[in-house]
Ligand binder design. Structure first.
Ligand SMILES: Cc1cc2nc3c(=O)[nH]c(=O)nc-3n(C[C@H](O)[C@H](O)[C@H](O)COP(=O)(O)OP(=O)(O)OC[C@H]3O[C@@H](n4cnc5c(N)ncnc54)[C@H](O)[C@@H]3O)c2cc1C
Length: 346
């Protein structure tokens, strides 16, 4: 016997969970507060483990069609001197596949197409959930995939909430290919460049809170090419301001009662420094669906426990590491930081 599930939120985590649950034979409904599925956003990293999870959800091939491999990246000083190399080759050797980069719209499209292929999973836009009581009464499983400001998390009775870290990121995609990729570390700010698709470059500038788009060219003036070229040569109207926040304190459990689970940012929103936001959301979604498939509708409480055991510590460790890396990179004490970076293997 299978059950009914409602997924709150149609972001990466929610769409992936809906696919997994539907593949397990469940009847699934997705509720999304926005008027439509938002297809904006820049690039996501997809680590090999997340690619494997997407394969298990049946959308790995579609994702790989639009993704590009990420094989070479360096840490640089603003003057362009290389401090360290990211060990992407080791990741690839160990996993037998490279890390990938993909634009958010393509990942959302691939997940939506995977869901639409079933033909019977309603994704109801313009449905902002404010209270889960009715959802819990009407469904065997409620999945909170509603992001960092999760309403579903309100049921958990914890003090966890979004915490600012004093930085904001301006992000965008430039219409030319950068010859170099990785991060450039300055004093209290850093700039990242990654591939995203042929002919384009994904970039992000992490700067102190309060920095406006107008301030950016001045803050990165004199940095190596193509940093100033991006900030003076691309239209600021296409840039996105991205809040760098994390969930604090960490949740004691990702599950509540006998039918509610949190996934993705709702469970463990993290700073983007390790490029793990989308990966962890996909891993959570697939792990939850797998546990539910294993235990069936009568075993939902056990499935929730299994899911929490499989994902909570790992995801929270990743969130902690990401935040720690952010502090390290955005320090004002650059000599110590750069010296340590030179010691990095790789
Ligand atoms: C439009 C958008 C653009 C983004 N762009 C980037 C980017 O460029 N780079 C980057 O690193 N990260 C970006 N992110 C964040 C990134 O997608 C997430 O950090 C990560 O993928 C985890 O996804 P998630 O599904 O857990 O949460 P989210 O992606 O935040 O998705 C949560 C979803 O739940 C919906 N929702 C929230 N509250 C309710 C409610 N009460 N009722 C119903 N629905 C609700 C939201 O509208 C959203 O669609 C973006 C997120 C969004 C929503």
């Amino acid at each position: 016997m299978t059950g009914t599930a409602v997924v709150v939120g149609a972001g990466v985590g929610g769409l992936a969970a809906a696919i997994g649950l539907r593949r397990a034979g469940w009847r699934v409904t997705v509720l999304e507060r926005r008027a439509g599925i938002e297809r904006y956003g820049t690039a996501f990293a997809l680590h090999p483990a997340a690619q494997d999870a997407l394969d298990r959800l049946g959308v790995g091939e579609a994702v790989r069609r639009r993704a590009v491999p990420y094989r070479s990246a360096q840490i640089r000083t603003p003057g362009g001197r290389v401090l360290a190399r990211l060990p992407l080759d080791r990741v690839e050797k160990k996993a037998g596949k490279p890390e990938l980069l993909l634009s958010r719209p393509y990942l959302i499209d691939a997940l939506l197409a995977g869901l639409e292929a079933f033909g019977d999973v309603p994704v109801k836009a313009g449905e902002a959930v404010t209270d889960t009581t009715e959802l819990r009464a009407a469904h065997d499983l409620v999945v909170g995939a509603d992001g960092i400001r999760s309403v579903v998390r309100g049921d958990f009775g914890t003090a966890s909430g979004p915490r600012n870290i004093g930085s904001v990121a301006w992000i965008g995609i430039a219409d030319f290919e950068s010859g170099l990729h990785g991060e450039t570390w300055g004093r209290g700010r850093f700039f990242g460049l990654t591939p995203v698709e042929p002919g384009r470059t994904n970039w992000y500038a992490a700067v102190p809170e309060g920095t406006t788009a107008d301030d950016l060219p001045g803050l990165f003036e004199g940095w190596h090419d193509p940093v100033p070229r991006i900030l003076t040569g691309t239209d600021p109207a296409g840039w996105l301001r991205y809040e760098m926040r994390h969930l604090h304190p960490a949740l004691p459990s990702f599950v509540h009662g006998d039918r509610t689970a949190l996934i993705g940012d709702a469970a463990h929103a993290m700073t983007p420094n390790l490029g793990q936001g989308a990966c962890t959301a996909v891993l959570d979604a697939e792990a939850l669906a797998r546990a539910v498939a294993r235990h069936g509708v009568t075993g939902v409480p056990q499935a929730l426990r299994d899911y929490d055991r499989e994902r909570r510590r790992t995801a929270q460790r990743t969130a902690f590491a990401s935040r720690t890396l952010h502090r390290f990179v955005s320090t004002e004490r650059t000599a110590l930081r750069d010296g340590l970076a030179r010691l990095l293997p790789g």
